[in-house]
Write a protein that binds this ligand. Structure first.
Ligand SMILES: Nc1ncnc2c1ncn2[C@@H]1O[C@H](COP(=O)(O)OP(=O)(O)OP(=O)(O)O)[C@@H](O)[C@H]1O
Length: 382
């Protein structure tokens, strides 16, 4: 969808902001550009909508060289969200959102109706906020309007430059989650600039980690965290990268332990001894809870009389971070993992030891994709 071919930008004063950049962003993909201040992220982004012209190389949009497209036409295909949202102060939220479609020739009433839909989509009730002016909104609400406005002309491509940079961490996380949910259904092709590695990891399908004017690594978040290609990247993602990596590694079926299983109507005591605990399923094989080894061996009546409900559970595919958080929240020594499609079919147990193994396995798997020679060479050349 977006292709950079040997793109270079040297400013008039000689600053080499972007140096021989080549990468692709696939249709519907969200790529985050992350790196320290001044490394060339914004320059990269502004070359896509021709706010800045490259001094070398070319950028293709859907196979078309953008230097041959009229900038105004080009920008109709590209939504743009920036940190200083740039809303018109004298226009209401609804009119701010409707501006672009209206400029594109959509009738005012129709543009407003669409704007109301979009405000709703970004979590702002149009009947409450539509009539307000920008200075009557919180920072987070203004950013939402910025996103709604960028989506108004339904462009296939979105450029987002630190769109959530100006709000506090809690609101920021809210906005990130909302945007992720939105992106799941809209599947825009997105270039997202941030200097925050946490944000890059959370949002990106892939991350481009920038050094000075160049991309040091361009990979899926788990790979960047698990197998940083260079010491620079390792340093940038931080010493706690294993912890960050928990959030991008999903629980897989192969990670699970298979504990003994009993059913609610089994009579006690059980004929065979249980080591620590057994998982209790209902007659439909769905998760009910668990029973301790002691009660299984010496209890009377039925399993259902002694079983405890299992509160610590997650669907397969949830992140290891959620798994750890769930364990801590319920003070549980393991969590039950259920099928993501069914109501509660039990798949297995994730214990702390298995969680640790899962993390190590996924790190090793990513590291295998990277030739050692390359890692060593880059290490030496620095
Ligand atoms: N108009 C300009 N003229 C000269 N140099 C510029 C110009 N705009 C940017 N630069 C320089 O180009 C380099 C890259 O800037 P750019 O804004 O792309 O970085 P960035 O990674 O987006 O930084 P930040 O996170 O601080 O916004 C910097 O050294 C910057 O000072």
């Amino acid at each position: 969808m977006i292709r950079f071919e040997h793109v270079t930008k040297r400013y008039a004063d000689g600053t080499m902001a972007v140096d021989d950049l080549s990468f692709d962003v696939a249709e519907g993909e969200l790529v985050t550009l992350v790196g320290p201040s001044g490394c060339g992220k914004t320059t990269t982004m502004k070359m896509v909508n021709r706010l800045i012209e490259p001094t070398g190389g070319r950028i293709l949009l859907d196979g078309e060289d953008i230097s041959a497209i009229d900038p105004v036409q080009l920008r109709r295909r590209i939504g743009y969200v920036i940190q200083q949202v740039g809303l018109f102060p004298h226009k209401t939220v609804l009119d701010n959102t409707a501006t672009v479609p209206h400029l594109l020739g959509v009738k005012k009433a129709q543009a407003r109706a669409r704007a109301a839909e979009l405000l709703d989509l970004v979590g702002l009730d149009p009947s409450v906020y539509g009539g307000r002016y920008p200075d009557q909104l919180s920072g987070g609400q203004r950013q939402r309007v910025g996103v709604a406005r960028a989506l108004a002309a339904d462009p296939p491509v979105l450029l987002m430059d630190e769109p959530f940079g100006a709000v506090d961490p809690v609101v920021r996380e809210h906005l990130q989650n909302e945007f992720l949910a939105l992106q799941k259904s809209l599947r825009k092709t997105v270039l997202f600039v941030t200097h925050d590695i946490e944000e890059a990891v959370r949002l990106g399908d892939r991350i481009a980690v920038y050094g000075q004017g160049r991309i040091e690594q361009f990979d899926a978040p788990a790979t960047v965290l698990g197998a940083p290609r260079t010491p620079y990247v390792a340093d940038f993602v931080g010493a706690d990268r294993s912890l960050k990596r928990l959030s991008v590694t999903p629980i897989e079926r192969g990670d699970l332990e298979q504990p003994p299983i009993v059913h609610l109507d089994d009579p006690l005591p059980l004929p065979t001894a249980i080591d620590r605990w057994a998982v209790v399923l209902d007659s439909e094989e769905n998760l009910h809870g668990w029973i301790s080894a002691e009660q299984a061996a010496s209890g009377k009546g039925l399993v259902r009389d002694h079983a405890r409900r299992m509160e610590a559970w997650l669907p397969v595919g949830a992140s290891l971070r959620q798994a750890l958080a769930t364990m801590l929240q319920h003070d549980a020594g393991w969590i039950a993992v259920i099928d993501e499609d069914s109501v509660g079919r039990f798949l297995g147990a994730l214990t702390p030891a298995r969680l640790h193994e899962a993390l190590r396995r996924s790190t090793a798997a990513d590291a295998r994709d990277i030739p050692r020679t390359e890692v060593e060479l880059e290490t030496i050349s620095r």
